[in-house]
Design a protein around this ligand. Structure first.
Ligand SMILES: Cc1cc2nc3c(=O)[nH]c(=O)nc-3n(C[C@H](O)[C@H](O)[C@H](O)COP(=O)(O)OP(=O)(O)OC[C@H]3O[C@@H](n4cnc5c(N)ncnc54)[C@H](O)[C@@H]3O)c2cc1C
Length: 133
């Protein structure tokens, strides 16, 4: 059982968890692991130095849902199921731009940025969505 923000084990202070096996309530996605990893690294390094880390994970997860060939719904949310779209569009609408993000940009980002230790993120802001009639 890990603390949802620090990802530190709630009983064993020198144990951290991340990814699909972490006992947190976020959606289990690679997008989550990407943001959890720096929190765990900072927590581990602080723990080794006898300090506490202020790094925190907000539960972000992202699921690119393929709705048809060439269209994707990009579902992004944080803890509590709060919807936090990165782009100023209605995230419920299947889009070609989200398809291109998933099929072109995300693989590029994975191989060329993430695996080389580069970090960047778009701030996670909750956006309440109007009811669909
Ligand atoms: C079909 C599918 C599609 C997905 N699509 C997306 C997506 O579009 N976007 C997204 O963000 N996420 C997606 N995900 C989720 C994403 O793949 C996972 O959340 C992510 O891989 C979890 O990473 P992890 O390191 O925690 O676990 P894993 O990637 O599962 O890594 C665990 C590793 O541990 C190894 N292992 C297991 N047991 C042992 C053992 N006893 N000894 C040694 N090694 C062991 C396994 O072989 C594996 O390599 C998808 C998942 C699936 C199944």
């Amino acid at each position: 059982m890990t603390d949802p923000a620090t990802l530190r084990h709630t009983r064993f202070a020198n144990v951290f968890g991340l990814g699909d096996a972490a006992g947190t309530t976020n959606a289990k996605t690679a997008a989550a692991v990407r943001l959890q990893a720096p929190v765990v690294v900072k927590g581990l390094l602080a723990s080794i130095d006898g300090r506490t880390s202020d790094a925190a994970y907000d539960g972000y997860g992202s699921c690119p849902l393929i709705t048809s060939y060439g269209k994707v719904v990009l579902a992004e949310f944080i803890y509590g199921g709060k919807v936090t779209p990165s782009f100023p569009f209605d995230p419920r609408v299947p889009r070609t731009s989200a398809w291109l993000l998933k099929t072109k940009f995300l693989p590029f980002m994975y191989w060329n940025l993430m695996l080389r230790g580069n970090e960047f993120d778009i701030k996670h802001r909750e956006r309440p969505l109007a009811a669909v009639s």
